[in-house]
Design a protein around this ligand. Sequence first.
Ligand SMILES: [Zn+2]
Ligand SMILES: [Zn+2]
Length: 274
Amino acid sequence: MKTNYHIHTTFSDGTATPQEYAERAIAKGFDEIAFTDHLTIFPKDRDKESSLSTSKHILNLTKLEEYISLIKQLQVRYNDKISIRLGLEVDYFPESEKMIEETIDSYDFDLLIGSVHFVKGICIDCSSQKFKVEEEIKKNGFNKFYTVYMSLVRKAVETQLFNIVGHMDIVRIWGYTPTDGAIEEIKVLTSVKTQNMAVEVSSRGLRQPIKSLYPSLRILQECKRLEIPITIGTDAHSLEEIDYGYETIVSYIKSLGYSKIATFNKRTMSFQPF
Ligand SMILES: [Zn+2]
Ligand SMILES: [Zn+2]
């Protein structure tokens, strides 16, 4: 089964409409895709600068219903050609947990990706804020930054709000690799296992300075050891990215002994060969 569980459309920061993606995915032989536009609810005392610089990339809450109803129409329209899942990539902020919960509980999503993009008010994967990440690293070292990021991922997992951990170590984006941090990773994965969640294997990093899949081999080996389910996602922001690095992901997960991937329907997980 060929799947892509991480796609951004024009409802957030993607460049193609859901319909255009559905048609491209069919042409590329996908069996199942999930739309996962960004849902970002900033804490009330948020860093104004961060939110302003990224606000155009976020699914506007007033458009959420339109997004959901369009995806549902496409599910019906392409029913005999491809299976389409309704999802979101939700930004995790500890201070916004309640609002996130209230927002997502009102709808019947198939899956929710929980992702951390902000550490200490800094958007870690925004080019415009790379210098802030580097300032932090200069001050306290990358291991420290990595640990702070991982502890946020763990908190996101512990909320039980999400099904999938998105690009679990995207904090490596600018080319850094932790020389420590395995203990934090194991804490995250132990919680993932307890919460019956999946970890996403993403090709996003292949298009970023780190030039690596997410998560790292060390993390994915631990996933396999703990028998943690995985999903495949290209984090597509354009039609060309619908299958970007798909084969690389498949070889990566096969090399670790995975033979099945997780899929979600109304937030219930099942397994499919890939
Ligand atoms: Zn993301
Ligand atoms: Zn994404």
